[in-house]
Design a protein around this ligand. Structure first.
Ligand SMILES: Cc1cc2nc3c(=O)[nH]c(=O)nc-3n(C[C@H](O)[C@H](O)[C@H](O)COP(=O)(O)OP(=O)(O)OC[C@H]3O[C@@H](n4cnc5c(N)ncnc54)[C@H](O)[C@@H]3O)c2cc1C
Length: 501
């Protein structure tokens, strides 16, 4: 059998007996399920819990050896308006205000109906998690963390990040499995969908880790299999940029997207690709892990450096208070790459720009042979080291120094502490990249997968990152607008949107 006792217990706790495991796989073959959920992650778990509570027979499969999906590593920041905790704290907030904020931050680039569905129902999701012990950090909700702030405190976070969300859902999920309402197959992945004469999905082929194939004929199928951010080829094809950063869930391979396309679905929103302001990668070999967090928020640390692109030019007011303005300016830079450039006096006087690093840590990094830290005896030497035009970088530094002297920075920057004129000169390379999937499978308002002509594959649903970040965030980072819609759409599908019987 594909599931080992150890792995099953790891996922569900000791409550499940070993003998049940073998029986589970054998028994699943004989059943015609009301719902087959592909992916026991952020969207799949609430879908299964709620569908089972309605009396549906549910089979959940996951390619991984454990449940949780991206919840195991996500920051898990959620956003919702009109929650009980907001009311208790006297925060007057509504889904309408939330939607207006999304429109403002994304400049109208969200999918209006999917975002509306998400914000109208997000509060119930957060209330449900809180009812089930979600440990909200003291002082929360807040307006924003790391992303462009909302106009109201509607940002929820826990010290345990995504795992806190999983922990809140786990008891209900485990209970449903133990009660025989949900069958769970770990290390089983969906490999094929087939449609019948009516165009609906008639069969799902599933493979265990040994390649053994099982076929199911469920009445409904939910694709909750996540994004494609760990599939380098698919990521590059859809974003137009290599996959530089390795920080996504390893099973986010885009298999659900391929399955949906195989029965007539299609991908959209790839053009909304956006990255965080550059990341400091650990190595020059990609995909790389992240080395450190660079403090770009002037609210945390005012910039002493200039940021230059591959042309050796500045491209943004480094102390612009808006996170989104920085991110949008970066969208237009060649190769989504920039360098943080400074001199010896900045190194000596400024608080280190890398979170948790000391000056000595920085100096040691500049001595290391890897490719992301550079030093030059002159500005021209530095330009050569990082591969940008010498004259352009020299002009940039001279122009910045003019701003420091006169107070008239060409970009309107206000924080101008010191000229860059003391050798040696330093540069730290930053690379824009994304850990989520921008493009996603097209669905209608009922979350049914649709064909290019708009017709629905009536019994094939999708929820979570498979819909693409572009759907619920547009071409912006709208905090919490991936985890919360994933949970919410999963819940809604299980609770009422999928019609059983
Ligand atoms: C580091 C990080 C931080 C993030 N921080 C935030 C944040 O703070 N706020 C926010 O809103 N969003 C955040 N996101 C994004 C968000 O966490 C994800 O978009 C969301 O959790 C994805 O949920 P999902 O249900 O679509 O996928 P998942 O939770 O990944 O679940 C998909 C499941 O499907 C399984 N699977 C895949 N293919 C198959 C197959 N063929 N057959 C069977 N099973 C399969 C996988 O193993 C997985 O368990 C972050 C993402 C990352 C990587």
């Amino acid at each position: 059998m594909g599931i080992s006792k150890r792995r099953f217990i790891q996922a569900l706790g000791a409550a499940t007996a070993a003998t049940a495991l073998g029986q589970t796989v054998a028994a699943t073959r004989k059943r015609r399920y009301d719902l087959l959920v592909i992916g026991a992650g952020t969207a799949g778990i609430p879908a299964a819990i709620y569908a089972a509570a309605r009396g549906a027979s549910v089979l959940v499969i996951d390619a991984a050896a454990t449940i949780g999906g991206t919840l195991l590593l996500t920051s898990g920041q959620m956003s919702a308006a009109g929650t009980r905790v907001q009311r208790q704290k006297g925060i007057d907030d509504t889904p309408d205000l939330f939607f207006q904020d999304l429109m403002r931050i994304s400049r109208g680039t969200i999918d209006h109906s999917l975002a509306r569905l998400a914000v109208d129902n997000a509060a119930t999701t957060v209330d449900w998690l809180m009812d089930n012990g979600y440990p909200l950090l003291p002082g929360y909700p807040v307006e924003g963390v790391a992303h462009e702030p909302y106009s109201k405190p509607r940002y929820y976070w826990s010290e345990l990040r995504g795992v806190a969300i999983l922990d809140a859902m786990r008891p209900q999920f485990t209970q449903a499995v133990n009660a025989g309402k949900v069958d769970l197959l770990l290390e089983h992945r969906a490999v094929e969908l087939r449609t019948g004469a009516s165009g609906t999905v008639s069969a799902v082929a599933v493979e265990d880790s040994g390649g053994k194939r099982i076929e199911y004929q469920p009445r409904n199928v939910l694709l909750a299999s996540g994004g494609y951010a760990s599939n380098a080829a698919m990521f590059e094809k859809l974003s137009g940029y290599p996959k530089y950063l390795d920080a996504s869930y390893p099973f986010a391979q885009g298999q659900g997207q391929v399955l949906a396309e195989s029965v007539g679905g299609y991908m959209r929103y790839a053009e909304k690709y956006l990255t965080n302001f550059g990341i400091l990668l650990a190595t020059s070999t990609i995909p790389s892990t992240k080395l450190a967090t660079t403090i770009f928020h002037p609210q945390q640390r005012q910039p002493w450096e200039v940021y230059v692109n591959t042309g050796g030019r500045r491209f943004v007011r480094e102390d612009v208070p808006s996170v989104d303005a920085r991110e949008q300016s970066f969208r237009f830079q060649p190769h989504l790459r920039h360098w943080v450039v400074f001199d010896q006096s900045v190194l000596e006087k400024a608080p280190p720009i890398l979170e948790g690093w000391t000056r000595d840590d920085m100096l040691a990094a500049f001595k290391a042979p890897d490719a992301n830290f550079f030093r030059g005896a002159t500005v021209q030497d530095l330009a050569q080291a990082i591969g940008v035009p010498e004259k352009a970088l020299a002009d940039t530094v001279e122009g910045y120094n003019y701003g420091v002297q006169t107070g008239n920075d060409f970009y309107g920057r206000k924080h101008l502490p010191t000229k860059l004129q003391t050798p040696p000169y330093y540069a730290i390379q930053h690379q824009g990249t994304s850990i989520t999937s921008t493009a996603g499978i097209a669905v209608n308002d009922a979350l049914q997968v649709i064909r290019r002509d708009g017709s629905a594959i009536a019994n094939l649903y999708a929820a979570g990152e498979i819909l693409g970040a572009g759907a619920t965030q547009g071409q912006a980072f709208c905090g919490g607008m991936m985890v919360t819609p994933a949970l919410t759409f999963g819940r809604l599908l299980g609770e009422r949107m999928i019609r059983f019987g």
